[in-house]
Design a protein around this ligand. Structure first.
Ligand code: ADP
Ligand code: MG
Length: 160
């Protein structure tokens, strides 16, 4: 456990021992979502980015099955008062219309935006966003670095 704090940004790391731990952590975060949060998920293939979103959606009360948007580029889920737009730009060759679509989605106050492989469109994302960086450790364990502007502290209350 490491904790680093600057005036506006918090950085914490935690170890998630297996996929169940990732799902449970994500579900706790999901249960605290208010709408409008932007979460960038960073890490190699199989690191656990989509697993996190599955837990996030469950915690937010979404009952639909969540799957990877790696082929569809975008999947949408909604529940009472809250939507999750889950993007994966891994296979995106040219950003084209997506830039505008992403920008519009970011303006929806009830929508949580979760993005895997944001790189090609990261300039469209607000600098005030939550970043989760997944790093595989031996066995099923993952080290996750959680960086967030202080106004999103409510999402991680008691986690570190
Ligand atoms: P990504 O979206 O980063 O490519 P996925 O979430 O789709 O990754 O896949 C992660 C895979 O690793 C899943 O099969 C999941 O069950 C497995 N896994 C094992 N341990 C963990 C862990 N601690 N956290 C998340 N996923 C894990
Ligand atoms: Mg994925």
């Amino acid at each position: 456990m490491a904790m680093h704090q600057t005036k506006s940004q918090q950085i914490n790391t935690l170890e998630l021992l297996d996929s169940a731990s990732t799902l449970a952590f994500a579900a706790r975060v999901g249960s605290r979502l208010k709408g409008g949060e932007v979460i960038e998920l960073i890490g190699d293939l199989g690191a656990g980015k989509t697993t996190f979103v599955i837990g996030l959606a469950k915690g937010a009360g979404i009952t639909e099955q969540v799957s990877s948007p790696s082929f569809t580029i975008r999947n949408d889920y909604s529940t009472k008062g809250l939507s999750i737009a889950h993007f994966d730009f891994f296979r995106l060759s040219e950003s084209g219309d997506l830039q505008e679509i992403l920008a519009e989605t970011l303006n929806e106050p009830q929508t949580v935006v979760a993005v895997e492989w944001a790189d090609t469109l990261s300039h469209v994302l607000p600098s005030e966003r939550i970043k989760l960086k997944f790093r595989p450790l031996p066995s099923d364990s993952r080290a996750v670095e959680v960086a967030y502007p202080i106004q999103y502290a409510y999402l991680f209350e008691g986690e570190f």
